[in-house]
Write a protein that binds this ligand. Structure first.
Ligand code: 5RP
Length: 294
C-alpha cells in the first residue's frame, strides 16, 4: 500500500543551485549520447580518463600467437588487472568468463590471414551480435595507404553508422603495412582520417618523434598499440611517453602477455597509465612484483 498517510509536505527544490552535469572526461566525446558515453566509461576509467586495454585479438589473422596458445590459462588470470579486454567473438564465447564485468572491445573486421594481403578485410561481426555480446565497443582495422584502403575505410564508416544507431562506440585501428613508414606524418594522416569519418576513438602506434602532434591533431582519444615484444623497461617507457604526450592509454598485447611476468607487467603498465608513474619507478615496481611471485 502506498505510504500516503505520512506523506511529508516538506520539499527541497534547491532553488539557489543550478542543475549541474559532470564534464565527460574524454576528449571530443562531450556531444555523444548517454549510451555511448556509458559504454566508453566501461573502457576508460572515469577517474583518470585513461585505459589499459588488454589486446588478445591477434589470432584473428596470426593464428595461435606466442602467449595466446591457451587463452584460458594465460590471459584469464590477467583480466582482473585490465580495464578492457580486446578480443574476437570466438575467444569471448569460448574462453572468457561471462562474469568478466569490465568493457569488451570486440574485433569486428577480418578476412585475410598473414599469408595474404592484410588490407583485404571485411566487416566480420554484425552490430546485432556485438550488442548480443554486450560489448563496450567494436574495433575495425583501417589500412591508410594499403591496397584495399577504401574498402577498409568503408568497413569503418558502415560500423560507425550501425554503432551510432545503437550507441556502440567504434575504435578505428590504424594498421601499418610493411611498405609504410611509421612516422608522425603517417600517424597524423591515418588517425585524423579515422576521426573525421566517425571513429569514436583511435588506436595507433607510438612514434618517438612528434607523437604529441598526432594526439593534438586527432580530435578524439588515441590509445597506442604495444607492438612487437621489447624489454619491459622499454615498453614501460613507451607507455609513459605516449600518455605524457596526450594518449588516453594503451591497447597492449604482446608486451604484456609475452612478458616474462605478465601479471607484474600489466600492473606496472597500470601505474604508468593511471598514475603517471615514471618509467624507472614502474620498472622497479615490475621487478619487485616479479620477484615476489617467483
Ligand atoms: C592486431 C591488433 C592488436 O590488438 C594490437 O596490435 C595490439 O597488440 P600489440 O600490443 O601486441 O601490438 O590490433 O591487429
Amino acid at each position: 500500500m502506498a505510504d500516503t498517510d505520512n506523506m511529508t509536505e516538506t520539499k527541497e527544490y534547491f532553488l539557489d543551485r543550478p542543475q549541474t552535469a559532470a564534464p565527460f572526461p574524454l576528449k571530443g566525446c562531450q556531444n555523444l549520447d548517454w549510451g555511448m558515453k556509458n559504454r566508453l566509461a566501461h573502457i576508460f576509467s572515469p577517474a583518470s580518463g585513461r585505459t589499459v586495454m588488454l589486446a588478445v585479438d591477434h589470432g584473428y589473422f596470426m593464428g595461435p600467437t606466442s602467449g595466446l596458445e591457451r587463452i584460458d590459462i594465460t590471459i584469464n588470470p590477467l583480466l582482473g588487472y585490465a580495464d578492457t579486454l580486446m578480443c574476437t567473438r570466438g575467444v569471448l564465447r569460448s574462453m572468457t568468463p561471462p562474469t568478466f564485468n569490465k568493457g569488451v572491445v570486440l574485433r569486428a573486421s577480418g578476412g585475410p590471414s598473414i599469408l595474404k594481403e592484410l588490407s583485404d578485410e571485411q566487416i566480420a561481426v554484425s552490430m546485432e551480435d556485438a550488442i548480443r555480446l554486450n560489448v563496450a565497443a567494436v574495433a575495425v582495422q583501417v589500412f591508410i595507404g594499403g591496397e584495399f584502403e577504401s574498402r577498409s575505410v568503408h568497413n569503418m564508416t558502415q560500423l560507425v553508422d550501425a554503432g551510432n544507431r545503437y550507441g556502440v562506440p567504434v575504435l578505428g585501428v590504424t594498421a601499418v603495412g610493411k611498405q609504410l613508414t611509421r612516422d608522425a606524418q603517417y600517424m597524423r594522416l591515418a588517425t585524423r582520417i579515422c576521426a573525421e569519418l566517425g571513429a569514436t576513438y583511435v588506436k595507433t602506434y607510438f612514434v618517438s618523434e612528434g607523437f604529441e602532434t598526432v594526439t593534438a591533431s586527432c580530435p578524439v582519444p588515441i590509445v597506442i598499440a604495444g607492438g612487437k615484444k621489447m624489454p619491459e623497461d622499454e615498453a614501460l617507457n613507451m607507455a609513459f611517453q605516449a600518455v605524457d604526450q596526450g594518449a588516453a592509454g594503451v591497447d597492449m598485447g604482446r608486451n604484456i602477455f609475452q612478458s616474462e611476468a605478465p601479471v607484474a607487467m600489466i600492473q606496472a603498465v597500470r601505474k604508468v597509465v593511471h598514475e603517471n608513474m615514471r618509467p624507472k619507478e614502474a620498472y622497479d615496481y615490475f621487478l619487485s612484483l616479479k620477484a615476489a611471485s617467483a
